[in-house]
Design a protein around this ligand. Structure first.
Ligand code: AMP
Length: 218
């Protein structure tokens, strides 16, 4: 069972992805995480992606599709994967379809985390991210046990530069203009499932778990 998490920035994709991967054994494929890693390591891809990310714009499709298709083609047979943050427009969705066909894998479910803009903004402004392992926290809703320290690996927690107000607005506009149409794209394919991204972490996870047991995932 291979799935995509779809939803605006701040929908809780990263947080749910972490829990779902732990409980159901998906391989987590996050384009945001891979790109941030590339920027941190100063690779060629990182150098190319950096400015787009800082502006809250989408990184060019060729760069992102190359890293994702490369990653999923190396996934071991029998290991389900979860795509988080990809695809983000119809061109990427088309590339994904073609890549999956080539490696004879299917996309079985697109989980749409329908989230109101107020909730997205509130989540991103309080979000803190571990520089070492990428785990997400929130100053109010999900504070770490020790201030600014990651519960999982002891790494430092930071406010992502692109979670600042102006960039968040830009990212939400990009979502509206470029990504939202994927809801219909996948609805037409009959694989879209909708859950409320406005729910808190535990309630949302329970909803997804219920949905998975109905759909016989895991
Ligand atoms: P995320 O962590 O998913 O919010 O992604 C952070 C940033 O990485 C986005 O604002 C984009 O600049 C870039 N990015 C992540 N995924 C993609 C994608 N599928 N296509 C283009 N850019 C992406």
């Amino acid at each position: 069972m291979n799935i995509v998490l779809l939803g605006p920035p701040g929908a809780g994709k990263g947080t749910q992805a972490r829990v779902l991967c732990e409980k159901f054994g998906f391989l987590h494929v996050s384009t945001g995480d891979m790109l941030r890693e590339a920027v941190k390591n100063g690779t060629k891809i990182g150098e190319e992606a950096k400015a787009y990310m800082q502006r809250g714009e989408l990184v060019p499709d060729e760069i992102v599709t190359t890293i994702v298709t490369g990653r999923i083609s190396r996934v071991k047979k029998g290991t389900p994967f979860l795509l988080d943050g990809f695809p983000r427009n119809e061109a990427q969705a088309g590339e994904l379809d073609r890549a999956l066909e080539k490696i004879k894998k299917n996309l079985d479910m697109v989980l749409y985390l329908k989230t109101s803009p107020q909730v997205s903004i509130e989540r991103l402004s309080g979000r803190r991210v571990c520089v070492r392992c990428g785990a997400n926290f929130h100053t109010k809703n999900m504070p770490p046990r020790k201030e600014s320290i990651c519960d999982y690996c002891g790494g430092e927690l930071v406010h992502r530069a692109d979670d600042r107000e102006e960039t968040v607005k830009k990212r939400l506009t990009v979502y509206e203009n470029e990504t939202k149409s994927l809801i219909d794209y996948y609805r037409k394919k009959g694989i879209l499932q909708e859950v409320s991204g406005d729910l808190d972490v535990q309630r949302l996870f329970r909803e997804i778990k219920n949905l998975f047991s109905k759909e016989r995932v895991g």
